[in-house]
Ligand binder design. Structure first.
Ligand code: ASP
Ligand code: MG
Length: 439
């Protein structure tokens, strides 16, 4: 079994759906296709919920109307026969009637999740009609019947595996399955989702559930690049990454892949390929157990970082001090990204200020605390870079003029992270592109 996931832009136009249909019928291996909502739809659905939350009915209605017009004209290009267009219009009727009804009920968390689910439900149903038109045998399998969260709001891989295998077994002659990315049910059985950009996660979870041969993520760029193309002039696609390297890059800013999507594939050792719908023959990036070549592979940056600098002379020769600090962050469910220590001080970074005030208040009982906001983590990823001769020298020569505030090195053999004021991000990425990648 093979998994192929297509993002919003890959299904965002009728001609793209045509391309997708060609890509998914090329191979003879049984395939599960995971689709996002048409590009822009989830943003509009978020807009509808936001308007409803502000009791701005007019605002919500106007977004709903614009979106509905988009779908009505989309299907005219997608489908040729009156019969299929009528079926498509009935699908659009059903989902937009639901969106219009939401105006008359008060917005709850559960209703909000239901609103957000409409995009993937529509994209897959319309794509299924397109496959019907092209006489491509397939089965549409509803993600809401097998994608499950547990009581901790984490995907429940055991349940997903059990339910999905039952559904697949019910279609013994089918070789092509279509399902929704992003949406799922929670432990209470309500409609929920895997958070924005979560379709990649769906694909990886399904791949792990059925122990697929490969999990292909199709987007509109030719793989993961060595640097941010919006910031530097020249970037190159990376051929191969290990799961750990990819997770590091995805978490620290590479937008192409959702960071959570690595672990399910890694757990079952399933290669993840990042491929380009516009250029299907390009090699893309493969993510697997082995890292491939040794050396520096990529740099990524994550903004919105807050540095918490904790200093206490009581830390001198004391044990248990770090534990006390970590307990404060744990209590407020705030993950720490980077950490550096000296004998009397610890600096950590966090990416959310949700509980910052409480954290600072508690830490102040045991130490003096300073906060630096608007920081950026620049992380350099590669295979065995900690052991690669002169990487550190080259790096610091290249960024000589940047006021680096924290350095984390040696925590793993594939990563060096720097903290710097966000105003220096662009400059730093450009200097590293020249100094470490010779681009
Ligand atoms: N449609 C959802 C979003 O835009 C999920 C996804 O595309 O991955 O966030
Ligand atoms: Mg996406």
């Amino acid at each position: 079994m093979k998994i192929m996931k297509f993002g919003g832009t890959s299904v965002g136009k009728p001609e793209r759906m045509h391309q997708v249909s060609q890509l998914i019928t090329k191979n003879s291996e049984p395939t599960i296709v995971v689709l996002s909502a048409l590009s822009g739809t989830t943003n509009s659905l978020v807009g509808i919920s936001d308007a409803l939350a502000k009791l701005d009915k007019q605002g919500a209605i106007s977004i709903i109307d614009t979106l509905e017009k988009h779908y009505r004209s989309f299907i005219l290009d997608l489908l040729q026969s009156e019969e299929l267009r009528a079926k498509a219009n009935a699908i659009i009727d059903e989902h937009f009637e639901f969106l219009k009804i939401t105006q008359r009920i008060s917005l709850s968390d559960a209703l909000n999740k239901d609103i957000l689910a409409q995009g993937e439900l529509m994209s897959t149903k319309l794509f299924s009609l397109y496959l019907e038109q092209e006489k491509i045998e397939h089965a549409l399998i509803p993600a809401l019947e097998f994608m499950r969260l547990d009581a901790n709001e984490e995907p429940d891989l055991m349940v997903i595996r059990e339910k999905l295998n039952l559904i697949l077994a019910a279609h013994p002659t089918k070789k092509l399955f279509i399902t929704q990315g992003y949406i799922c049910r929670n432990a209470k059985g309500e409609v929920d989702n895997l958070k924005r950009g979560g379709s990649d996660y769906t694909a990886s979870l399904i791949a792990a559930a059925v122990k697929a041969s490969v999990c292909e993520i199709w987007t509109d760029i030719d793989g993961m690049h060595n640097n941010d193309p919006r910031v530097v002039d020249k970037t190159i696609a990376i051929e191969q990454l290990s799961f750990d390297e990819a997770a590091e890059l995805a978490y620290f800013g590479a937008k192409i892949l959702h960071p959570t999507c690595i672990w399910p594939a890694q757990q079952e050792n399933i290669p993840v390929k990042l491929l380009n719908t516009m250029e299907p023959s390009a090699a893309g990036t493969v993510i697997k157990k082995e890292a491939g070549t040794v050396g520096v592979k990529a740099v990524a940056a994550k903004d919105g970082i807050i540095a918490v600098k904790i200093k206490s002379s009581r830390m001198l020769l004391a044990y248990g001090f770090l534990r006390k600090i970590f307990e404060v962050f744990e209590k407020y469910k705030t993950p720490i990204d980077m950490i550096t220590t000296s004998e009397v001080a610890v600096s950590v970074t966090i990416d959310s200020d949700l509980h910052l005030a409480e954290i600072v208040a508690e830490l102040s009982n045991i130490a003096s605390v300073e906060i630096d906001k608007e920081q950026t983590i620049v992380t350099i990823v590669g295979n065995e870079i900690a052991q690669t001769a002169s990487v550190l020298k080259k790096l610091f020569d290249a960024i000589d003029e940047v006021p680096v505030t924290m350095v984390s090195y040696g925590g793993s053999s594939h990563n060096i992270s720097l903290l710097l004021p966000s105003t220096y991000k662009t400059k730093t990425l450009q200097l590293i592109n020249r100094g470490l990648f010779n681009l």
